[in-house]
Design a binder for this molecule. Sequence first.
Ligand code: FAD
Length: 422
Amino acid sequence: MSTEKVDVLVIGAGPSGTVAASIINQAGFKVKIVEKEKFPRFVIGESLLPKCMEPLEAAGFLPALKTKGYQEKSGAKFVNSEKKVMDFNFSDQFTKGWNWTWQVPRADFDKVLADEVEKMGVPIDYETTVTDIQFEGSNSTTTVKCKDGSEKKIEARFIVDGSGYGRVIPRLLKLDRPSDLPPRKALYTHIVDTRRNDYIEPDRILIAEHQSQVWVWCIPFSNGNTSCGFVGNPPFFEDFKGSLEEQLRSMIASEWSIAERFKDSKFIFEPRVIEGWSISIEKFYGDGYVLTGNVTEFLDPVFSSGVTLAVASSQLAANVVVRQLKGENVDWEKEYTTPMLDGIDVFRTYVMAWYDGSLQKMFFNEERNMDVIRQMCSVLAGYVWDTDNPFVKDHRTSLSRMVRLINVEKKMKDLEESEAGG
Ligand SMILES: Cc1cc2nc3c(=O)[nH]c(=O)nc-3n(C[C@H](O)[C@H](O)[C@H](O)COP(=O)(O)OP(=O)(O)OC[C@H]3O[C@@H](n4cnc5c(N)ncnc54)[C@H](O)[C@@H]3O)c2cc1C
């Protein structure tokens, strides 16, 4: 069996793997990526957040991405079943930073990142699956199964696990913990969006609250197709019968914001199902390894935070890996786990508030406080580490205080109206 030696082995060529590999490679270390699939491969997660442009820039990926003509994303529109609308524009946000990003078919996007990192000198072994890892202190020997069925060993001084839904190290070391969020399910496809231009702002991402705890994403791409998916608690899906395509078509027909737009439109692939994605983890690092991207905590897709947290965690982790390999003393807990958990917790508050309906009270309230909207907009742009923003620093209390205020104002308004009527 052949053995190869590298400084850093990266598992997975998704955004978290390629961003980490690029940054560590830039520092002069020998890096290699092993990837289970052949690229391009499908993966869900197509709406990015402005904050993710920073890690993509640090990794040197922006020049190549900018040539691809992806759909630019400058905000997000939320609607509810009463046809109320909340439109966020990233140019109007509290935190200074990027005010745009992209909506991307991930098969394409991830291949651009992977090709770029290879051009920078990081080899990627495709169709190569990690099957085992033995740690000896910080050094490790990883066993991989190659595409011809043979096995190979890779010795590394450090491993970055960016294996996403593959969860390689958490599975091998039994680090997974149940999430505090209930299991949810999604049914989705890409649709040929021929009627797009009949609608105002046809290229804007739309998130529609279909009913309590059920929502729809509609993510237009620059290639004329649009990603559309329903997300909700599993019992919601039981009311729909027939093939997955028939089920999704019935769901679309019952949602006012997309029913006409997608009526009889061609589905590019048989709708897919993914469920039970929320997961938590015992620790984010260990002797000789770090977990980045989806391998750490993944909450929920409602705020499109997945890729942003994936690349932000990789950027942070890669910089700590570089310092450790250079012989510096590093504090993984303080420099990596704590800031990542802080950002994840901010998103968690808003995800929970979305599913208990309190966030929508704020989004769809007729009286709008523009300072609050700007602060909220920065959270939705992914700037969840800006502690100057009260909706980040005091995320739990700021939101509940705001909702209480809205409730009181509504009660007073109802009272005034009933007194005026009586
Ligand atoms: C329904 C749904 C909708 C979503 N929508 C969005 C969205 O709009 N925006 C957003 O930002 N995020 C979204 N996400 C989240 C998004 O899918 C992930 O957060 C993102 O893909 C994480 O990137 P990653 O690089 O960590 O992992 P991945 O993109 O999953 O990449 C991991 C790679 O590792 C490889 N791998 C796995 N196991 C092995 C192994 N044993 N050996 C070698 N390689 C391996 C895989 O083949 C894969 O290519 C959504 C998630 C769900 C469930």
